[in-house]
Ligand binder design. Structure first.
Ligand SMILES: *Cc1c(COP(=O)(O)O)cnc(C)c1O
Length: 367
């Protein structure tokens, strides 16, 4: 058997390109704390993402944690359970109560028609997720947030480079969080960012990610350490040079999966919103019925036997995790439960060959 095929594979610049980018660090001996490479990378990202402001972090989770802390939220926060654990943990770690809204059947983002019913006197914010890079209904969410005076923080971890009606996805809501983890479309090994319109947040975010220190004698916040270092920023600068080619290669793979699966009864594919530029971050398939006698779990195992490793992403739902046992009820989010029980996310990365894609499809469609 050949090398295993994993659900994703990190994109890498050539080693020469990376060495070239980090070589100045040996002159400056400046390794972290907002150095020149970091500053340069910030500028490039503002340009690429088409956002007014950005602050970089050592990972996406701490960025989200700090966003929530900075907005001084209280009581309840409405979110969805069909996400990576980070979203729910960041709410709970800030001493807030997550209230779970169901997702819609169409693109698996928050079902905006169910939002208003969940708003109480204690609600202070909405934290929706652009699942698989598919933008939420940002217009409706904005309307509801204004009506009830709620903050909106988007978990845009999946949505690097996505635009909606030619506008960068990081421009919506009060704040958006991007993850640059090694498994994401774009990465800085580990890393993350917050993007936002209100310039007043720049200092707040920068202080909180550096222990609240504003000068050698002044510490004005009980902050944490969540700074991005120069080696991470250098990886980001290298990867940003290649991101557009990478997304084109991902698109070809997604098109091949569509070609092979679009008319198979019982297989539901994701609907990409018409007005967006996608980043082709994930290829989720919903096994609504058995495919030639096989369930989602059978197919997961059949692929694993052939050294192909898919992910049940997102399963389990975050309102069904062991660490939150007894606190939430999955029956209150039936569509999320339905999707989580049937979803399989298939291998997708720029270097995946169409030969391998065909092989994966053949195993799934084997009679
Ligand atoms: C990856 C991810 C995060 C967390 O990002 P890290 O950079 O790994 O800390 C948060 N939310 C979602 C939806 C993610 O996929």
């Amino acid at each position: 058997m050949g090398n295993p095929i994993l659900v994703t594979q990190s994109s890498m610049p050539t080693i020469e390109e990376y060495i070239n980018e980090i070589s100045s660090i040996w002159d400056t001996k400046w390794l972290t704390n907002m150095g020149n490479i970091h500053k340069n990378f910030e500028k490039q990202l503002i340009n690429y993402l088409g956002v007014p402001n950005i602050t970089l972090f050592t990972n996406g989770h701490l960025a989200l944690y700090i966003a929530i802390k900075s907005l001084e939220l209280t009581g309840e926060v409405i979110t969805t359970p069909f996400t990576f654990v980070s979203t729910t943990h960041a709410i709970v770690q800030n001493g807030l109560t997550p209230v779970f809204c169901d997702i819609n059947h169409h693109d698996y983002t928050i079902d905006v028609s169910k939002l208003e019913n969940l708003i109480t006197e204690k609600t202070s914010a909405i934290i929706p997720v652009h699942v698989y890079g598919n933008p939420c209904d940002v217009v409706k969410i904005d309307k509801i947030a204004k009506k009830y005076n709620l903050k909106v923080i988007y978990d845009a971890a999946h949505a690097f480079g996505v635009t909606l009606n030619d506008k960068g996805i990081g421009c919506f809501g009060d704040v958006s969080m991007f993850s640059f983890h090694a498994t994401k479309v774009f990465h800085t090994i580990e890393g993350g960012a917050l993007t936002f319109s209100d310039k007043r947040y720049v200092d707040k975010f920068n202080n909180l990610k550096n222990f609240g220190i504003i000068s050698p004698d002044d510490v004005i916040e009980v902050g944490i350490n969540a700074k991005m270092n120069e080696f991470q920023a250098a990886m980001g600068i290298c990867n940003l040079r290649h991101i557009d080619e990478q997304i084109i290669l991902r698109k070809k793979i997604v098109e091949r999966y569509y070609e092979r699966f679009h008319n198979i009864k019982g297989l539901k594919l994701i609907n990409f919103n018409q007005n967006i530029k996608s980043n082709y971050a994930y290829f989720p398939v919903i096994f609504e019925e058995k495919i030639f006698g096989n369930t989602r779990n059978n197919i997961f195992e059949n692929l694993a036997k052939e050294n192909i490793f898919t992910r049940k992403y997102f399963y389990p739902l975050t309102n069904n995790l062991e660490c939150y046992k007894g606190l939430f009820n999955v029956d209150e989010t039936p569509i999320a439960k339905y999707i989580a029980d049937r979803v399989l996310t298939l291998p997708l990365y720029a270097d995946l060959s169409l030969y391998d894609v065909d092989n994966i499809c053949n195993i799934i469609l084997k009679k």
